[in-house]
Ligand binder design. Sequence first.
Ligand code: ARG
Ligand code: ZN
Length: 883
Amino acid sequence: SAIFLQDYKAPSFIISRTELSFELFEDHALVHSQLHMQRDAGAAGPLVLDGQDLELVSVAVNDVPLTSAQYTVDAESLSIAELPDTFVLSCTTRIKPQENTALEGLYRSQKMFCTQCEAEGFRRITYYLDRPDVMSEFFTEIVADKGKYPVLLSNGNLIEQNELPDNRHQVKWHDPHKKPCYLFALVAGDLVSLDDTFTTVSGRSVVLRIFVEQKDIHKCDYAMAALKKSMKWDEEVYGREYDLDIFMIVAVDDFNMGAMENKGLNIFNSSCVLANQVSTTDDNFLSVEAIVAHEYFHNWSGNRVTCRDWFQLSLKEGFTVFRDAEFSADMNSRTVKRIEDVKVMRTNQFAEDSGPMAHPVQPPSYIEISNFYTLTVYEKGAEVVRMIHQLLGAEAFRKGSDLYFSRHDGQAVTIKEFVSAMAEVSGRDFSQFMNWYQQAGTPEVALKGEYDPSAQTYKLTVKQHCRPTPECKDKKPYLIPLAMGLLGANGALPLYLGDDLDAEKPTHRVLEVTEAEQQFLFTQVAEEPVPSLFRNFSAPVKYQYNYSLDDLQRIITLDEDGFCRWDASQQMAISVIHRVLAEMAESPAPTVDSRIIDAHSALLDEAISAVTGNTEADLHLLAYMLSLPSEGYLAELKTPIDVEGIHFARNRVKRKLAAALKEKYRTLYVKLADATTEFSVDAAAIARRYLKNLCLDALVFAADEAGVELCKAQLHHANNMTDELSALRILVHNTNPFIGDVAPYLEAFYQKWKADSLVMNKWLAVQASRPAADALASVSSLLKHPAFDKNNPNKLRAVLGTFANGNPIGFHARSGAGYEFFADQVIAVDARNPQIAARLVAPLTQWKKHDEQRQGVMRNALEKISRVEKLSKDVYEIVSKSL
Ligand code: ARG
Ligand code: ZN
């Protein structure tokens, strides 16, 4: 039952006006709808409305009730054959939000009612044309108990409020902007709000309200500040002004995803909006800022201009992720944000691209659209938009986005319209570029350099290749922007391409690679250079150049591009770790190349000098350069994955570094601890805390007794969650004689924070990620702990998601017990919440990358899931495509 892009047909009916009335009760809800509909000129056939898990109470056309012979209802639709060209369809459905554990449509989260309609949740509320190209003006009335649900919200502006008998009340909302039903939202609850205002560039005052339960009201300020910054940034950078008199955010505890951009009424997973000093880590602060911005930016890229169909999902998501990434880069450290995003691409998106669910940024077909809210559609989609930005330059890109927004305002369009606007303003031909949208898989780029000392030339040969994927067996070459420079022994060399002796002596160029194999000849190259390649990660590709450790050291020390300095540090670490891995078979104590110790020693000196105030440096970047690549990324590099080998080789290098550089780590830790008593959440403060905790980790990892004491002291005296949680994690994830039993630390943390569900998620995740072959035992006991809740997606992610994605040693334990346990959990979750189950199952689908023995047990686990009788479409699609 797959759906194909090529089968797209425009709707035969439109719904110009949608009037909804909700009556909320404790065991059910009644939804009355009046849809003002017109048949599209020339369209024939019956009206087929989408509906799922609905009880149809009544249906009428132009106020005349239909007899059961006049319509048909099945599990997914309501069809009516005989209809005039213009009519009002009235429907009443009864639904059970209280029993809705899928968290799609109208559901209950703790004591409130809320909705999640994207992608196809609205059909669980009432019969409708649940597709994004049907846009309508919404009027929403809500009636509920006044005591339990004093706050009743929907999209747009509040137009009426009335008291009713029996302690009930009624509110009416009107959204003047036409929208598809996936942007509809309703909230009813006992909520309080943090209120503020924003004055737009044209001088309109907008009321801003963040609604939360009373217990969370002290955690709203950060999101409010982020919202105001986002509104300003979108005016300045994209010329986009907000278009209603009120903008609301609601925090809910039970939410499948991060947040949702419903028009004027964004609904957030509470973990993505609540934040304060004592309970929130720096990572969380940054992601709250980014997600608030992301959802706000959707008001233009998604809501004012929306998607024609769900194959166009990246039209709004790729573009909006690019927008939020640039916003975060402007608010914080640009280089650090870029590195963060590249880590996600390389570790997670590349894995998706090389696995059985590989799909293009614009997928050609799907069984369940919820499965396509992926890293490919979001993050790779954003990389594709970033390449357009790179090719056009900021100015032309802005012209293109202005054209796109003005030309398509109020429309539901496709990716082609977006690219056409960019093509038009730049005069560029984007036909080859479209391969980025249509071909799945990660392009692999092999580069080779040849220096000719007598001719003073440097020839760069570039070859690209992309593995076949189901939708495309024979990949056409991509247009790959290759941002690069050449480094001499003392710094950047001027780049002359062929005869073009540019008087500006540029040290940076963006080459456009378009062929399967291509050469670039640089002239007047005075010495043998080391190339700095894919600066700022100028294309989402895997690239390979045969660097020596000395080449990498040159890039680390001299390159102007922060991303490439970091990348070189990672490549150096990878090559040292791979060498240890290779030697491990023969030797109990494989050698760790001393050049990595020298490199890290120099980086630590650079950091110490910056902290002492003698020099300037991005401490966060230095900390990232001092970090070894994750086990997840190392696993991505070589198949079959040597799970234990990677763990032990990486740890061996890490231990060597920690032992050799202990005193520098200590010096830096002490200096940073002194400098970070005042708490703030700016990039510099975040960098200091990050580096400080990296030093602490190294000291404890080196089994340094004094270091362990510093860690315990930090756990007790921390005035912020970043420091407190880092200390806890370091103690729990390490074993050495000075640490002793960690149970009391976990217990004390639990007692201190058990009333704060979001902090409890972190506490659960620290334990689920403890790297040990017997981690499964603690993971299964966490499922019985009072801090766990099997119906809450955040808890499921904290325990099961963390175990499978962040604990390779535990999850992939040889016995296969981790897989078996996991299959049972996926099956249990699927019966309640298919979307979450489908996300959890992903790590098992990577089975082909493991050794034969593991392949067998992982496959068995998948087969067990596939044999379940009532498997959801969501899990079915993923499991069947991966077997
Ligand atoms: N549009 C939302 C966002 O990107 C995500 C909604 C996802 N919903 C889903 N059912 N997969 O901000
Ligand atoms: Zn989004």
